[in-house]
Design a protein around this ligand. Structure first.
Ligand code: SF4
Ligand code: SF4
Length: 370
């Protein structure tokens, strides 16, 4: 997934910029340079806001994964993210990593961090693991575990992060902001920094994959996230650049994002989607080869055909310079690729307000006023 300036507020890095640039190039050439594979939807935690829905179908076997890796490598995949559920529940994970390494992918692992065997950590570099993304929900066990609902999970996750840092592995902590922890977001950032990791602040909660709105009960109302956006902008200025670099004509000609053009997501059951938040089934690798799906899926063709100009409301929107369009979120929220998500519009209005507060009312991001 590309860096989002929505509620996913990431520390900037050269590698992220390089990835963004690669996605742009791959989008033009329709090369699936970035693939996310969910290895299982089983998990050892019971996070209150989880949007994953395990099914009765079997997870892809190691042999099926081997065939898939060869196919996506053949189509030009360079970056492979392995996610879940919890990937460390798969007993064959070392074999999967070995195979990914053999195919030459740069690997990113997404995990809750509470199940990583210490003996696995030194091997991660050998497997070309470029980054491990770990989710954290609090700066104390009490806050974190009010979300994970598993006693002891905070200590295990933090211990794994420390071990991986000691082994020189790049970690990004996803600080997921919910009603349970919004009052601690600054302390959560302090903890991530004390652990020597990069971080992002993510306040966007998604519906469950089966359409249930249950996770949204934990979503902080957008208006109450203004402090988080302001804090991020003062720490990592980004909105100013977005505003200054924005050009309506160029923007209208572009595509909303790399979903289905440079990236896709594959479920543990082999279902292929344009991206992890866009619930539009393009095909299943148990029924067709990946290449057949990538080259011929009608769903992918529909997603690829959209230009920002086609998005009626967005095309004339005054907030557009502060917006990172997410057609996946539109599909999730409205069932439409082209109708804007109201959540995204509300968060973009906050971006504009924070921009005006910091840059047009006499302040400066270099002179924090907190
Ligand atoms: S703020 Fe809403 S309407 Fe405006 S560009 Fe973004 S998604 Fe479209
Ligand atoms: S649909 Fe949204 S989450 Fe998916 S790639 Fe596009 S911007 Fe990113």
């Amino acid at each position: 997934m590309t860096r989002s300036r929505g509620w996913v507020l990431e520390t900037s890095s050269r590698s992220q910029d390089a990835l963004d640039s690669l996605i742009k190039q791959a989008s033009l050439a329709l090369v699936p340079a970035v693939v996310k594979l969910d290895l299982t939807y089983a998990c050892n935690q019971k996070c209150v806001h989880c949007c994953v829905v395990p099914e009765r179908r079997e997870d892809l076997s190691l042999e099926e994964i081997r065939v898939l890796f060869a196919e996506i490598a053949d189509k030009g995949c360079l970056y492979l993210s392995l996610s879940g559920g919890e990937i460390f529940l798969r007993k064959d994970l070392p074999d999967i990593l070995e195979e990914a390494q053999r195919c030459g992918f740069s690997l990113r692992l997404m995990t809750n961090g509470s199940l990583i065997p210490p003996e696995m950590i030194p091997r991660m570099r050998k497997y070309r693991v470029g980054e491990v993304d770990v989710s954290l929900y609090g700066d104390t066990a009490e806050v974190h575990e009010s979300v994970t609902r598993v006693a002891g999970s905070f200590e295990k996750t933090v211990a794994s992060i420390r071990r991986m840092r000691e082994a020189g592995i790049r970690i990004k902590i996803g600080l997921i902001i919910l009603k349970q922890n919004i009052h601690r977001f600054r302390q959560m950032v302090d903890l991530a920094e004390s652990l020597g990791t990069t971080w992002n602040l993510d306040g966007s909660i998604l519906r469950r994959f089966d359409g249930s709105e249950a996770p949204l009960a934990f979503q902080v109302p957008v208006s109450e996230l203004a402090d988080v956006v302001e804090y991020r902008e003062r720490r990592m200025p980004d909105l100013k650049h977005m505003k200054e670099a924005w050009n309506r004509e160029k923007w209208l000609e572009g595509v909303p994002c790399g979903a289905g053009r440079a990236m896709c997501t594959i479920s543990p059951y082999g279902d292929v989607f344009p991206c992890s938040v866009m619930p539009m089934l393009a095909g299943n690798i148990r029924e067709q080869s990946f290449a057949e799906i990538w080259d011929h899926s009608e769903v992918l063709k529909r997603v690829r055909a959209i230009r920002r100009r086609d998005l009626e409301t967005c095309a004339t929107c005054e907030l557009a310079p502060f917006c990172v369009l997410c057609p996946g979120r539109s599909v999730l929220d409205n069932g439409s690729l082209t109708e804007p998500s109201l959540f995204r519009c509300s968060e973009t209005a906050i971006h504009r307000d924070v921009y005006e507060k910091i840059y047009l009312e006499g302040g400066s991001c270099d002179e924090p006023r907190e």
